[in-house]
Ligand binder design. Structure first.
Ligand SMILES: Cc1cc2nc3c(=O)[nH]c(=O)nc-3n(C[C@H](O)[C@H](O)[C@H](O)COP(=O)(O)OP(=O)(O)OC[C@H]3O[C@@H](n4cnc5c(N)ncnc54)[C@H](O)[C@@H]3O)c2cc1C
Length: 233
């Protein structure tokens, strides 16, 4: 069903009008676009974003939609260092009113209404969880559901920290920040397990794979682990 929906939506090219750019600490930027009225997605999904205002190679890259469907914008949050790729240089040159295209949404990295989630973010891998947590505030959670975010950032910059701390104060939602995988593994040990939780991991390949391996070694079944690997980091 998800595959069929993805196959169809991938052909849908949405025109996005650029609104504004926001800079976070640690060379992280959010690019916000007006939300087309007929564009819907499940928080955690990604789009294929195409630069159209200049020729760059490759012109299209996948990015998680970092905003929630409740927001009136499409947000793309990414890290841009001092030596950016052509693609990210083009993002920095966007002016209000200019356009990009987005195909999708695609992907199965989202949480079902019924399940509780343990979300593990590595650095910029926070983007899908920011969208999911913005969408699922306490009014949206059913009483049996809980969400725990474990956000690991070795640089300690923690994009969206203030916002996530606010969301973390709400019933059923816990948010923890840590700077090393050792601390992540300690936090994981402290979490109660019912066996029904789904574990979601997002971030660079090596981080996602090592955390998944760790979870499996502590008895979490593979079927309860969802991974979103940010190729390119
Ligand atoms: C499902 C999915 C979701 C994703 N979601 C996100 C997200 O939410 N946020 C996010 O940031 N990423 C996300 N990614 C990764 C994203 O698609 C990019 O691969 C990533 O951001 C790196 O992009 P880049 O243009 O810097 O990469 P590359 O082109 O691989 O560049 C990497 C580095 O190489 C150097 N470089 C490359 N080209 C040049 C050049 N022409 N001149 C000089 N130096 C150069 C630069 O130092 C650059 O930083 C996602 C990936 C997937 C698969």
């Amino acid at each position: 069903m998800g595959f069929l929906r993805d196959s169809l939506s991938i052909f849908k090219k949405n025109k996005l009008v650029f609104k504004e750019r926001r800079q976070h600490s640690g060379n992280v930027y959010t690019f916000e676009f007006e939300k087309p009225e007929d564009l819907n997605w499940l928080p955690g999904q990604h789009g294929l974003f195409t630069v159209t205002h200049k020729k760059v190679k490759p012109p299209t890259k996948p990015f998680t939609i970092a905003s929630s469907p409740k927001d009136d914008v499409i947000g793309l949050t990414t890290k841009i260092d001092g030596n950016p790729s052509e693609y990210k240089q083009a993002l920095l040159e966007l002016e209000p009113g200019m356009e990009m295209h987005m195909s999708g949404p695609v992907g199965s990295f989202y949480i079902g209404d019924e399940s509780s989630g343990v979300f593990i973010a590595g650095g910029i891998g926070i983007t899908p969880f920011r969208a999911i947590l913005r969408e699922n505030d306490s009014t949206a959670l059913n009483p049996k559901q809980s969400m725990t975010l474990l956000y690991v950032d070795g640089e300690g910059t923690f994009t969206y920290k203030d916002e996530l701390e606010d969301i973390g104060g709400q019933e059923g939602i816990a948010v923890h920040f840590m700077e090393s995988s050792e601390n992540l593994y300690k936090e994981l040990e402290l979490l109660p397990r019912t066996g029904a939780e789904k574990y979601f991991i997002a971030g660079p390949y090596s981080m996602v794979e090592s955390v998944a391996k760790h979870l499996i070694s502590t008895g979490i079944p593979k079927k309860n682990i969802k991974k979103e690997t940010f190729i390119g980091y």
